[in-house]
Design a protein around this ligand. Sequence first.
Ligand code: CP3
Length: 348
Amino acid sequence: MQTEDKLLIRALRGETLARPPFWLMRQAGRYLAEYRATRQRAGSFLDLCFNADLATEVTLQPIRRFGMDAAILFADILLIPHGLGQPLDYREGEGPILQPIRNVAELAALRMDALHQRVGPVYETVARLAAALPKDVALIGFAGAPWTVATYMVEGKGSRDHAIVKQWAYSDPDGFAQLIQLLVTATVEYLGRQVDAGAEAVQLFDTWAGALSETAFRRWCIEPVRQITGQLRQKYPNLPIIGFPRGAGAGYQAFARTAGVNGVSLDWTVPLDWAAAELQGPNSQGKVTLQGSLDPQLLVIGGQAMDTEVRRILETLGQGPFIFNLGHGIVPETPPEHVSRLADMLRG
Ligand code: CP3
């Protein structure tokens, strides 16, 4: 099947489909026993990301079990900092740890020239997936959006209040802009190689978009994403791009109108009627395809609570161009049977 005929791509082109396509953020992960086994074989999480054989295998695992309409490359948003030369480690139970970069002088430690070589196995994984996936399943590449990647690079780990990165962004915006610009350039390069290797759509994860005030949101979230979409489109005019400005609230509207994306992924806090009325529609009318937005905890709970909310989402967002997904990634406590039930409901 041609890329253009796959359900995910048709939805991203603005078609309203009788059965909306579905995939789930973090669909490959610790809630699956086969993932845990492969992860063990790989050694560390980074070794798994950089082993094209095993990364291909874990990407395919949820597709085999549940038959999603799209596979998302197995990798991580922090591979770009690693590729730029920032030391990165994942510790069990702690999440990612990076040697922080906190001012313009420390930016000198980052270099673009080794990026492709350091993340090369990721492109190999994309190429293998493009060859191995069932013919009707679309392949999604991804990267973190510059703001979210910068939060980890500057804080050195996950953070609740983002005090250190905000200190830099608010007190030295011109200096912080240099980090963001470097990430824009690296992200365009990185996603371009994924597309060359066979990715049919890409998603930009801006997990911490909701941490910023309005002006900062426009400058550090929308603007860098707009630059990335603009630069990618110069080379790949038809590439479907999904943005996920998690937690942006009413800011979703400015994002959908100005970031240059075809699709916008909603977190579960966004009111569905509002999103359908204000954001959703064919791209030609200045609107976007919506994706989302089931609360991942409802996938843990399952039963009537999940079924009711899945139906509400389908009824409200299924009237326009739509891709069913979660409002954020699957959590490790999720029973795989609940994912099977969800897949049955969505395939009808
Ligand atoms: O969606 C997918 O299935 C593709 C794979 C994927 C991973 N991370 C694998 C992963 C994707 C798209 C990501 C994106 C990512 N990574 C984001 C943005 C989306 C989000 O979830 O907010 C962020 C912020 C990261 C950074 C990151 N990676 C953190 C904070 C952690 C630790 C927290 C955790 O869940 O363990 C990771 C590790 C990580 N990335 C795991 C997986 C499957 C778990 C590692 C393991 O197997 O132990």
